[in-house]
Design a binder for this molecule. Structure first.
Ligand SMILES: Cc1ncc(COP(=O)(O)O)c(C=O)c1O
Length: 361
């Protein structure tokens, strides 16, 4: 498979160049980020690192301070934690682990990066189709039975925005040799954290839980995530990976962000309020469009489904500097589907107006 097959949203730089715009002039609803500037802690942390040690030393290889802070944050032994260059780097290592057990199942449509990771390690994959319609009550029971040794779960699920009930995931841990649960969007999802499998890593050695700081703090450019699971597995990857996958700045920011729980609580509350408010507005506006179905979601992104191809609408929006995620690269979806992520109130109004206009063409 070609690298270009693993299509992601968020191609702001390329689109801005094409439209002769600055990236900040684009409304990027194709990557599911929050519309808030990163917290001041990030800026303060970076400035102090530049002034202090910054560029002149290699980063600390053992990542011990960062592991310690993440451990305190989740009440997990630091030995069971491995920070990475975004969740994406750790998805590659989770794929390495998966390759030891046999076939991997990716509930689909699903996040494209799992397939990339499995292709790196020549792993067998099956794609199990998720139902195409779901209720507006979250969390929901996970609808698939495991049919292979390894399963990749995304909670909440990308691209559908469904939040899976923890209780419905636990039986899968008893059936599969390895369960990889990607919780990259869980903190930002209202009532999401209760469904986290992180506490179960203490009981199940076959569970790996991925977390990302990208979404919650709007720092996709910094690259910072971590995985929680069996210390034996994690140690094996640690020996094989690059010597310095995280730079000194990401390490320092991670430590400063996660060591302040009061701030974290306040910050996530702000995000949950934003999702609850803006989702109502956007769903209401888009539901007015004839022949367009707006699918329910627990989080900051959702799917729309049209009776005909959305390609003309996507082109129309692109020319207005608005990006939404076309879905033909997702298994079991096609050009009639698109994923949209919530924006600021001002940009949501523009987004909805232009989507409505695109259907009048
Ligand atoms: C489900 C899911 N997991 C992981 C990632 C990657 O996160 P990171 O920026 O931490 O590499 C994404 C990015 O879009 C995602 O959608």
């Amino acid at each position: 498979m070609k690298a270009s097959s693993f299509y992601h949203g968020g191609n702001v730089y390329a689109k801005a160049k094409k439209l002769n715009l600055h990236p900040s002039e684009i409304i990027d609803s194709s990557a599911s980020l929050i519309p808030f500037k990163p917290p001041q802690i990030v800026i303060d942390s970076l400035s102090s690192e530049i002034k202090d040690l910054g560029f002149t030393y290699y980063p600390e290889r053992g990542l011990s301070d960062l592991k310690e802070i993440i451990g305190q944050f989740h009440e997990i032994n630091p030995e069971n934690i491995l920070p990475g260059n975004g969740a994406s780097e750790l998805i590659t290592w989770a794929g390495y682990e998966a390759s030891k057990f046999g076939t991997s199942c990716i509930p689909s449509p699903g996040f494209i990066d799992y397939e990339r990771s499995l292709a790196c390690w020549n792993c067998n994959v099956i794609f199990s189709e998720l139902p195409k319609d779901w209720s507006n009550t979250f969390p929901q029971a996970f609808p698939l039975q495991p049919v292979s040794e390894v399963i990749w779960i995304t909670n909440p699920h990308n691209p559908t925005g469904q939040l899976w009930k923890k209780k419905s995931l636990e039986p899968i841990l008893k059936k599969c040799k390895l369960v990889i649960c990607d919780e990259s969007f869980l903190e930002i999802t209202p009532n999401g954290e209760k469904e986290s499998l992180v506490p179960l890593t203490k009981t199940y050695d076959n569970l790996l839980v991925l977390r990302s700081l990208t979404k919650i703090f709007n720092i996709p450019g910094l690259r910072l995530g971590y995985i929680i699971g069996s210390s034996k597995k994690i140690k094996q990857w640690d020996i094989k990976r690059d010597p310095w996958p995280l730079n000194s700045f990401a390490i320092k920011v991670g430590i400063d962000l996660l060591s302040n729980k009061a701030f974290y609580k306040k910050w996530t509350k702000k995000i949950h309020n934003w999702i609850n408010t803006e989702q109502k507005l956007v769903f209401y506006e888009l539901s007015k469009v004839k022949n367009l179905k707006v699918h329910n979601s627990s989080t900051n992104f959702f799917l729309i489904e049209s009776e005909s191809s959305l390609s003309p609408n996507i082109n129309y929006l692109e020319n207005k500097g608005i990006l939404i995620r076309e879905c033909s690269s997702f298994k079991f979806l096609n050009e009639k589907w698109a994923r949209i992520s919530l924006q600021s109130n001002k940009n949501n109004k523009i987004l909805c107006r232009e989507i409505q206009n695109s259907f009048k063409k």
